[in-house]
Design a protein around this ligand. Structure first.
Ligand code: CAA
Length: 377
């Protein structure tokens, strides 16, 4: 057992930190205000190998594994939480291709997704199917050499910019989780369009849209895995995705804590810096301790993925604990800022908004508890 990162992992962390502090952090406030998707920054991340970290080298990725990916994503999230979810969802779209794709599908999509030349999205959620994807109604009718897809997906991260969409939809007549399949839909496919862009509370520089399929013709060659495997493909991808959201939460939590420490050193009340009061010190000590715990839980899940052993439970634990921890840390960090923390002028206000969704997307905290309880009971 070793808690020591390899020299390669340390280098990845430093490279991602350097990029995030120079290219993301100085712009994050403006991107949030303008709801501007940081397309240029995402391209640069592709050039640095940050968009395909878990894709093996032979398919054009960095091949650094889940631990390296988590370390980098934590740093990206520290600089800009919106950019972190863009990176994380690109990974979510790559994972099913890697695990269930044919050789031709892997060759066609993985290298451009890894280089940032293409952006990926993962479309599961529908207006009436969130925590229960088995309730989805988007239907792909078998038309011989193609499927005719009809339906609407909502809250799709990267949707407006995505070149490749992993679409989970219904192909069979069975109810619930049965009868779902995964299709690869390319931007520009006739009948596919991007609908409403959501105006969000936080992560306002990430792209969240509705995707509309109206008699959308998807070639049969774009079936991912086998018909009926859609639910399993989604669950396997989300196992990996949850390590990503745990990592994003960690990055935001660290940014919150650093803001709180800085402010506590500057702000004077009762004649001294508020950081000299035990009430403030305890909030900071609790935050630092919780971040440390979440860090090791997340890296443990990532390490299990790299070792090729089951990590469903560990990924859910990491996602549950890290996201709830990050929300607690953000709450206390804003509390330390007092009234100033409530004002847009202070960074903590944005972080407090950004962190909220980490307990919701890629499976709510309640869904994570279902997964964990089933595994341990
Ligand atoms: N790996 C492999 N297979 C799995 C699996 C996993 N992690 N989890 C379930 N399965 C398989 C089961 O073995 C079972 O297979 P069989 O039928 O062959 O036995 C099948 O899938 C059904 O499993 P369950 O009975 O456990 O399914 P369920 O209906 O009870 O659902 C759930 C369980 C955990 C609640 C699941 O529905 C779930 O995770 N819901 C949350 C969905 C979610 O995370 N949505 C987020 C959308 S994406 C997003 O947010 C991205 C973004 O843009 C940021």
């Amino acid at each position: 057992m070793s808690f020591q990162l390899t020299s390669e992992q340390e280098m990845i962390r430093l490279m991602a930190r350097d990029f995030a502090r120079k290219e993301l952090e100085p712009n994050a406030r403006q991107w949030d205000e303008q709801e501007r998707f940081p397309q240029e920054a995402v391209k640069k991340m592709g050039n640095l190998g940050l968009m395909g970290m878990m894709i093996p080298v032979e398919y054009g990725g960095a091949g650094v594994g889940a631990v390296g990916y988590s370390l980098a994503l934590q740093e990206i999230a520290y600089g800009c939480a919106s950019t972190a979810v863009t990176m994380s969802v690109t990974n979510l779209s790559q994972d099913p291709l890697l695990k269930f794709g044919t050789e031709a599908q892997k060759k066609k999509y993985l290298a451009p997704l890894a280089s940032g030349e293409m952006l990926g999205a993962f479309a599961v959620t529908e207006p009436n199917a969130g925590s229960d994807p088995g309730g989805m109604v988007t239907y792909a009718e078998d038309k011989g050499d193609h499927y005719l897809v009809n339906g609407t997906k909502v809250f799709i991260t990267n949707g407006g910019y995505a070149d490749v969409i992993i679409l989970i939809c219904r192909t069979g007549t069975e109810k619930g989780n049965r009868g779902l399949s995964a299709l690869i839909v390319e931007k520009g496919t006739p009948g596919y369009s991007v609908g409403r862009k959501e105006e969000k509370m936080g992560l306002r520089a990430s792209d969240t849209v509705e995707l509309i399929f109206e008699d959308c013709r998807v070639p049969k060659a774009n079936l991912l895995g086998k018909e009926g495997q859609g639910f399993k493909i989604a669950m396997v991808a989300l196992d990996s995705g949850r390590i990503g959201i745990a990592s994003q939460s960690l990055g935001i939590a660290r940014a919150c804590l650093d803001e709180a420490i800085r402010y506590a050193g500057e702000r004077k009340q009762f004649g001294k810096a508020i950081g000299s009061f035990q009430a403030i010190q305890w909030m900071i000590a609790d935050g630092a301790t919780q971040i440390e715990a979440a860090n090791w839980l997340t890296l443990y899940a990532a390490d299990r993925k790299d070792q090729g052993v089951a990590f469903t439970k560990e990924a859910s634990m990491a996602k549950l604990f890290s996201s709830e921890m990050a929300n607690r840390v953000a709450y206390k960090a804003l509390q330390i800022h007092g009234g100033y923390g409530y004002m847009k002028e202070y960074k903590i206000e944005r972080l407090y908004r950004d962190v909220r969704v980490t307990c919701i997307y890629e499976g709510t905290s309640e869904v994570q508890r279902i997964v964990i309880a089933r595994e341990v009971m």
